[in-house]
Design a protein around this ligand. Structure first.
Ligand SMILES: [Fe+2]
Ligand SMILES: [Fe+2]
Length: 328
């Protein structure tokens, strides 16, 4: 285990520790020398780092994604902490503890999994029960489902994130179905559980969370479609229209062509699943951003690349709201 984690670093601190080199940009200085802008990360977060001429040479022998041993000092630059790197070398794989580098859900994963199983037990349609049974009995798939992240960066980008996101989507669709009572809950639960299952293979999560080769080439929508189509194929007498509906919900859950959906939702359950998925991912983006800026005394976040806006991150807002409520 490491002894220095990024979220605990303070200005002025001397650093001698392993980090993942998550970004490396080499630049030329005005006087002709070189310097490097880096991003270092571990399971607690990421930090920018800068390295001058003397370190640039050792940077040529390391790639992004490598674990590197960094010696340097933490300082504050533009209101943010950064590490000024004095030396850097690649760490051997044998000296790496993966738990140091991958963030993990704060929730109890066994409990989250049980919540998903509870939803599965509510399904009454015998064909969908068969489909979910095949899924839950695939121990290899379930083991990966329990640890997979839901994203590389965008939302729930931590171990167990896929399961937490899936449970949230199921909770949301359950509530929405109380308003739109004609919606088929069996379909919502089944497709809710399976909608992002392709993420199990879209990402690799050993030293860092990154796209797998399959993920880069196919993406989780297509991987999930193919996986669920294969599960259905092994179930005798699975109705054709039900097969189309489940698969359509996987293909359309991103809701818009520009968000990677090959099909737009064409029935109510597919539309509900899309909005639940969209809501949970966006709420997570906002709450994760708030968390990142906690204690930074900033009013606005940097531009959020997925939400395409700056977010209001000042912490005293909630206190003011509570105060206003008391006044009233
Ligand atoms: Fe998705
Ligand atoms: Fe999703």
């Amino acid at each position: 285990m490491k002894s220095q984690y990024i979220e605990e670093l303070k200005s002025g601190q001397v650093v001698k520790e392993n980090f993942i080199l998550s970004r490396k940009i080499l630049r030329e200085k005005k006087d002709g020398g070189m310097y490097a802008m880096l991003e270092l990360s571990d399971r607690t977060g990421s930090i920018e780092a800068v390295a001058w001429d003397n370190v640039v040479e050792s940077l040529r022998s390391v790639s992004t994604g490598d674990v590197v041993f960094v010696a340097g000092t933490v300082n504050e630059y533009n209101n943010r902490l950064q590490i000024v790197v004095q030396s850097l070398r690649r760490t051997n794989d044998a000296d790496i503890d993966p738990k140091d580098f991958l963030p993990e859900t704060e929730e109890d994963t066994d409990k989250v999994f049980e919540e998903i199983v509870t939803y599965r037990k509510k399904v009454k349609d015998p064909h969908l029960i068969s489909l979910l049974d095949v899924f839950f009995k695939d121990t290899r798939l379930i083991t990966q489902f329990k640890v997979a992240p839901a994203a590389k960066r965008a939302h729930h980008a931590y171990l167990g994130g896929l399961m937490v996101h899936t449970r949230n989507v199921l909770d949301l669709t359950e509530h929405i179905a109380q308003v739109y009572t004609s919606a088929n809950r069996d379909l919502l639960i089944t497709a809710g559980i399976l909608h992002d299952i392709g993420k199990v293979y879209e990402y690799q999560y050993i030293k860092s969370i990154d796209f797998s080769t399959e993920g880069r080439m196919l993406g989780h929508v297509v991987i999930g479609y193919e996986l669920v189509a294969r599960l259905i194929q092994g179930i005798p007498d699975f109705p054709d229209i039900l097969r189309c509906k489940v698969l359509h919900m996987i293909l359309s859950h991103h809701g818009e062509f520009e968000w990677g959906a090959p099909k737009l939702p064409v029935f109510v359950e597919a539309l509900i699943l899309h909005f639940a998925d969209n809501l949970d991912s966006k709420v997570a983006m906002m709450t994760e951003t708030l968390k990142k800026y906690k204690g930074h005394d900033r009013e606005w976040s940097d531009f959020h690349p997925f939400l395409e806006r700056e977010l209001y991150v000042r912490e005293d807002d909630d206190e003011q709201t509570k105060h206003d409520e008391v006044e009233r």
